[in-house]
Design a protein around this ligand. Structure first.
Ligand SMILES: Cc1cc2nc3c(=O)[nH]c(=O)nc-3n(C[C@H](O)[C@H](O)[C@H](O)COP(=O)(O)OP(=O)(O)OC[C@H]3O[C@@H](n4cnc5c(N)ncnc54)[C@H](O)[C@@H]3O)c2cc1C
Length: 317
């Protein structure tokens, strides 16, 4: 719980960059979610370090938000401080060229689509798998975002993080533990220097390769066209709601075969276009979405004995 002194401190440092009791429905692609006690837009990178040091001393929880495209925030909201880096952390540069490798460094708040365009325009191969994936570089790395064509783990060379201690650290690819739609600071964390707590990704360095810009552009066009054809556009969603099982049918196929297309709970609905998308038809609450999620899981478990796991992360109190 933020006391009045804490609110004063935050307002003093961030001015109009801090909002109290900010509805998270304004910041999630599903357009649901109760209020965050404080929602802080970092305007200068150095302020992030001040905030992390202060919140650690105060024992206040912090949660970094990217674009909220993979987050389901509970109706009760979020205790503590939600931080967004999309304003201050948005530089992207080509940092070095070694033989056939080109390193592109993108800060955590850069949109994935900006990074994809940056690469295509310079004739750099490697990022096209991410075309059409919304969100930020920070969120994309944390989620190991990807498609059947590849994922972040295939292109990451290293990342720079801010540790909960307030110190920064470079972590090489070999010390990162990527999984399906997940980066964890797992077993190797001690080898990487004791990453206790949750590091904040400040920037990612991507290893790309020079290629034919015309070919990349043509490929990009085809990928975007296919996404448009197969995915619901225009409605609030968080993309694929469930992870695909490791073998056999995809989550979408299982949900469709279970006869759940168009199934509804309150304002939440299983998309008729792509069964692994849950859409907010307009007035859904997070409770509606969670109820629909459980219904889908129960039905798929009953029919196929497969326990679908949510890809979307549920956060909040
Ligand atoms: C229409 C649609 C289509 C989608 N298609 C795909 C797809 O094809 N493939 C796919 O993989 N995903 C897809 N997604 C899901 C989502 O876009 C990705 O997971 C995306 O990478 C999330 O990025 P974000 O910035 O929105 O992260 P958020 O949803 O804001 O956050 C995700 C997680 O990352 C953490 N995080 C964010 N930034 C940082 C940081 N700087 N440091 C530390 N932690 C951080 C958050 O705390 C949270 O745990 C889709 C979503 C939508 C709405």
């Amino acid at each position: 719980m933020l006391d009045s002194d804490s609110k004063k401190w935050l307002a003093g440092l961030f001015g109009d960059g801090v909002k109290f009791d900010e509805p998270m429905s304004r910041h999630t692609s599903l357009r649901v979610g109760g209020p965050a006690e404080a929602y802080v837009t970092i305007k200068r990178p150095e302020d992030l370090v001040k905030l992390i040091n202060w919140s650690r001393e105060k024992g206040l929880p912090c949660l970094v938000f990217g674009d909220g495209t993979n987050l389901l925030v509970k109706d009760e909201g979020i205790n503590g401080i939600v931080i967004t880096l999309t304003r201050a952390f948005k530089k992207i540069i080509q940092t070095s060229t070694e033989k056939d490798d080109v390193i592109v460094t993108a800060m955590a708040g850069v949109r994935m689509q900006t990074l994809c365009r940056f690469a295509v325009e310079r004739g750099l191969e490697g990022m096209n798998f991410a075309l059409g994936i919304p969100g930020t570089v920070g969120g994309g790395i944390m989620m190991n975002a990807g498609t059947a064509c590849g994922s972040m783990e295939n292109v990451i060379d290293s990342i720079n993080v801010l540790l909960p201690t307030g110190l920064t650290k470079k972590i090489k690819r070999k010390d990162m533990v990527f999984d399906y739609r997940k980066l964890s600071w797992g077993k190797k964390k001690n080898e990487a220097g004791g990453l206790e707590g949750k590091p904040i990704i400040l920037e990612g360095c991507f290893c790309l390769h020079p290629s034919d810009p015309q070919r990349l552009k043509k490929e990009a066009k085809a990928i975007l066209k296919l996404r448009k054809k197969t995915q619901p556009a225009g409605s609030p969603t968080a993309g694929c709601f469930f992870k695909n099982p490791s073998a056999g049918k995809t989550a979408g196929e299982l949900i469709e075969l279970a006869g759940l297309k168009g199934e509804q709970k309150g304002g939440a609905k299983v998309s008729c276009k792509h069964a692994n998308f849950i859409i907010n038809t307009g007035k859904a609450s997070t409770a509606d979405i969670l109820a629909l999620m459980e219904l889908v899981q129960e039905r798929v478990l009953k029919i196929f004995s497969i326990d679908l796991k949510a890809e979307v992360k549920v956060v909040g109190t």
